[in-house]
Design a protein around this ligand. Structure first.
Ligand code: COA
Length: 533
């Protein structure tokens, strides 16, 4: 019995040590931006130790307490990860034990991350909307009475926020603050202390002119990550204001888009704005991860020129290949047109070295989108020949190999088109997919809006809005199996001002009343200046 009690005592002591280590680890995490350990969880094993009369009972209690604490911690982490470290549930490697909750019920990926969203127009709001989809609490700061300029741009419903705004600002809260008003600055300083990330895409220097320099922010909150979109990185153009198409042109997209005979073209996909917002989101999440180790924030910069170039990198690849000879997969090679010094526009050529082209389908005369993208992928060449009624091409030396086909691609696609024009794009899709030929119907936005599978996956979502009614938006294109995403409508201008002042910043009711009369959260005389992107 004495031996048993000794062993039990040893076990309890070990448990207490584990709890102490967990508490120390949690404390470190707290300093680095995670959560503070719950005093209850750490105290429980100590209490058990104190109970000398019944070591075994104490151990059982300690185990139960730890289990309860773990369960509670998990529950709290769903509400706010800030206050809920998994401190009491570490395994031997110092990592939290895998949650026992069913997937999809353990909160969201960015629970507990609070974003001070100082973004406007498209690039910045794209980024913060994605972070909100991932569970971050995004507080959008807007100019009183005006708000994000896009609220009123391209309006389709009178007196309601535009789709331009609503589709880029879902899942956020809105507070109005005049950042140039002394009281407004004080509120912003409080927000800086309460947030993990400040995201902005003002014109170069605008944030500094508000007094929100990196030094100021870092002094108030050394853990704060300051993330910015600018048009250009450091260099000759760093002071320039930039919109989408400027970035597409400066990033190498426009010069490589369009037909050889025509002018450079910008694309419909907003690779400059939304593309850069996406890059910025990755930078922010990486900085949050690094902060767990370092305990401090950092600056994250995404220049729109860089973001576009990153997406156009295959064209920089081709630029270097040009030095070693013509780009054989470009149809101009087959047409015998000489290459110049820079990568040319390649029309609808496939960029990946698998020859492809856009071909007419049944109904093309009336329907501008009755087309299909058809790829003559080498491994399925035989299947293509059989399908289009040209089985002899399988063995004809002029057609049998990819190299033999290169000089005659235009004629080959002409022959395939004779076949696609006898079918609708969806019939072509079905017939080709059945034999593994890669094709893609040209889908109109109408077809995409009505596509049931996109609704089912939550990629296209219908949201209800108090002033404009129902609208469609693009949900989270990134699907996480343990972080569900419910898409919520965008906030009305200043809808959450009082809620944030009181609940997040801790202002009392009388202080809020004072702030209201100070002019810091009510319309200023100056209007906004931004134009549509
Ligand atoms: N309270 C008081 N003033 C505010 C405010 C607030 N809550 N929010 C913004 N402002 C002020 C800014 O301080 C700035 O004033 P300042 O020029 O006196 O310093 C002013 O509003 C305008 O900001 P700015 O960013 O210069 O807007 P703009 O309309 O002149 O330019 C862009 C718009 C998009 C061209 C510019 O912001 C930009 O180049 N951004 C970086 C690149 C980018 O993201 N482009 C893509 C947009 S989709």
């Amino acid at each position: 019995m004495a031996k048993k009690a000794k062993r039990a005592a040893a076990r309890v002591t070990k448990k207490a040590a584990v709890a102490r280590r967990a508490a120390a680890h949690a404390k470190a995490r707290g300093a680095a931006g995670a959560t503070k350990p719950s005093a209850k969880r750490v105290r429980a094993p100590k209490k058990a130790l104190a109970n000398k009369q019944s070591m075994l009972a104490a151990e059982a209690r300690a185990a139960r307490t730890a289990e309860n604490a773990a369960r509670k911690a998990e529950k709290r982490s769903i509400k706010t990860a800030k206050r809920a470290p998994a401190a009491a549930v570490k395994n031997g490697n110092g990592h939290p034990k895998p949650s026992t909750r069913p997937f999809g019920q353990a909160g969201k990926a960015l629970d507990g991350v609070r974003i001070l969203d100082f973004t406007h127009v498209q690039s910045g709001p794209t980024c913060t909307q994605l972070l909100a989809y991932m569970g971050a609490d995004v507080i959008k700061v807007e100019r009183p009475g005006v708000g994000d300029i896009t609220r009123g741009q391209l309006r389709d419903v009178p007196n309601a926020d535009s789709l331009y705004f609503t589709m880029l600002n879902g899942n956020k809260r809105s507070i109005t603050i005049d950042s140039k008003h002394p009281k407004g600055r004080e509120i912003l300083d409080r927000l800086i202390k309460q947030c993990d990330v400040l995201v902005e895409n003002f014109a170069p220097g605008a944030l500094d002119r508000m007094g929100l320099t990196w030094e100021h922010i870092h002094k108030l909150n050394p853990r704060m990550i300051v993330a910015s979109v600018k048009g250009f990185g450091p260099g000759p153009y760093e002071d320039c204001k930039v919109y989408e198409n400027v970035a597409q042109c400066a990033g190498g997209s426009a010069s490589t888009t369009g037909f050889r005979e025509g002018p450079p073209l910008v694309t419909g996909a907003q690779i400059g704005d939304s593309g850069t917002g996406l890059h910025l989101a990755l930078g922010i999440v990486s900085a949050l991860y690094q902060r767990i180790r370092t305990g401090r924030g950092q600056k994250v910069l995404c220049a729109m020129q860089d973001g576009v170039l990153n997406l156009a990198r295959v064209k920089l690849r081709d630029q270097q290949r040009l030095a070693h000879g013509p780009l054989k997969e470009y149809s101009q090679f087959g047409e015998g047109v000489a290459f110049g010094k820079a990568v040319p526009r390649a029309g609808n050529d496939s960029g990946g070295g698998q020859p492809g082209w856009i071909l007419k389908c049944k109904g093309w005369e009336d329907d501008p989108d009755a087309y299909i993208y058809f790829i003559t992928q080498a491994p399925v060449w035989g299947a293509i020949c059989d399908l289009i009624g040209k089985p002899e091409w399988k063995t004809d030396p002029d057609y049998a190999t990819p190299n033999a086909r290169l000089p005659r691609l235009k004629a080959i696609f002409g022959t395939i088109e004779q076949w696609t024009m006898t079918k609708t794009k969806f019939e072509v899709m079905d017939l080709c997919n059945a034999v593994d030929i890669p094709v893609g119907p040209i889908l109109s936005m109408k077809e995409i809006a009505e596509e049931p599978s996109l609704r089912q996956t939550g990629t296209v979502v219908e949201v209800d809005h108090p002033t404009r009614g129902k609208y469609l938006t693009v949900g989270n294109p990134i699907k996480l199996s343990d972080s569900p995403c419910e898409v919520a409508r965008s906030p009305l201008l200043g809808e959450h001002t009082e809620e944030i002042l009181g609940k997040v910043l801790g202002y009392s009711a009388s202080e809020v009343a004072e702030i209201k009369t100070s002019g810091a959260i009510t319309p200023a005389e100056k209007g906004a200046r931004a134009e549509a992107a």
